[in-house]
Design a protein around this ligand. Structure first.
Ligand SMILES: [Zn+2]
Length: 133
């Protein structure tokens, strides 16, 4: 799972670096309810409120894990071939791992995006933003 927010100036995605954060409450604890993050695209300093942070699946992680376990499957099959090893078993592992990770990520993304830190404040912020524009 990766976290990002939109730059208020250029609307591009700002990646938010976190470690083992699974919801907005944990994010608020680690970074504060509001934190400053510079946009890597335009350099604008954004005041980001935790409820404006969006979670997304980290596809590269799925590819990396899938790829590594696929290579391991090839190695396993190669080394144990003489013992009557069934290749299908080892090739089921990368498939199973990728599916599990993908599913786990979907769950945590839904969990993160579905729970707000402070819904009332979030709505107030949304209102004030739309009145400015
Ligand atoms: Zn920007």
């Amino acid at each position: 799972m990766k976290l990002f927010a939109k730059c208020s100036d250029c609307n591009s995605e700002i990646k938010i670096k976190t470690f083992l954060i699974s919801n907005r409450i944990e994010l608020a604890k680690s970074k504060g309810e509001e934190f400053e993050q510079r946009c890597t695209h335009c350099g604008h300093r954004n005041e980001i409120y935790v409820d404006e942070v969006i979670a997304e699946k980290n596809d590269s992680l799925i590819f990396i894990v899938g790829g590594i376990s696929f290579l391991l499957a090839i190695a396993l099959t190669y080394f144990f071939w003489h013992y009557g090893y069934i290749a299908a078993v080892s090739f089921a592992i990368p498939l199973l791992l990728s599916t599990t990770i993908s599913q786990n990520q979907r769950n945590s993304v839904n969990l993160f995006n579905g729970m707000y830190f402070n819904s009332k404040k979030r709505l107030e912020r949304l209102k004030s933003k739309s009145s400015v524009n």
